[in-house]
Design a protein around this ligand. Structure first.
Ligand code: AMP
Length: 221
């Protein structure tokens, strides 16, 4: 059982490690960014509503994301725990999450802050490519697909996320600074904040997380 929130700027590696942790703990990886991108690809009402906010690097309105996370957490697999990635991003989202989890008597175990330097963020985001069909993530130098520009899993064409372009990156970092970084203090006050270095490469950061869970006596790590 693990109820975890991953906090940190875009490009900190939250998505990558959320995937690893979700497999290791056998709990769902809940990424609001992935859910919104999926809705965008399927051209649902939610996707169309989110599109302009996402492409500019702004936030999708709180009530929309709170709604989709609330529905997702009601699903059976989330009763065994979850790894939340990219949610909460505002104080209002964090408070709604607390209220929701309190109602179900399943408080968060930890909020892990991936502290990451600007140069690393820019390098990761500008080299990131995703599959336009299935959403799998690659990187031009760190995690290349076997055939250039083609997804290893579904053979879909790779693309740059519109919000990984320079002007959108700047906007996302500003939004992060203003709206999301105060959550570090929010979870510190609740005594559940732990920090790791998002600058580390995947194996080193994985080891660091493993050590953290052992220290916190969270089993299954
Ligand atoms: P991500 O993949 O987490 O970087 O999210 C991509 C984009 O989806 C963000 O830049 C936002 O536009 C939107 N988004 C994802 N999660 C949230 C959230 N919790 N609140 C508002 N917007 C979000």
């Amino acid at each position: 059982m693990l109820r975890l929130v991953l906090l940190g700027p875009p490009g900190a590696g939250k998505g990558t490690h959320a995937q690893v942790l979700s497999k290791r703990w056998n709990v769902p990886h809940i990424s609001t960014g992935d859910m919104l991108r999926q809705a965008l690809r399927a051209e649902t009402k939610l996707g169309l509503e989110a599109k302009t906010h996402m492409e500019k690097g702004g936030l999708v309105p709180d009530e929309v994301v709170i709604g989709i996370v609330g529905d997702r957490l009601k699903e059976n697999d989330a009763k065994q725990g979850f790894v939340l990635d990219g949610f909460p991003r505002t104080k209002e989202q964090a408070e709604s999450l607390d209220a929701l989890l309190q109602g179900q008597r399943m408080p968060l175990d930890l909020a892990v802050y991936f502290k990451t330097s600007l140069s690393v963020i820019i390098r990761r985001l500008s080299g990131r490519r995703i599959c336009s069909q299935c959403g799998k993530t690659y990187h031009l130098s760190n995690f290349k697909s076997k055939v250039e520009g083609i997804c290893d899993d579904c053979r879909g064409p790779l693309m740059q996320r519109p919000d990984d372009r320079q002007d959108a990156i700047e906007n996302r970092l500003e939004v992060y600074q203003k709206q999301t970084s105060p959550l570090i203090e929010y979870y510190k006050k609740k005594n559940i904040l732990e920090e790791v270095s998002g600058d580390l490469e995947v194996p080193e950061l994985s080891a660091s997380l493993k050590e953290l869970f052992l220290r916190k006596k969270l089993v299954g790590c």
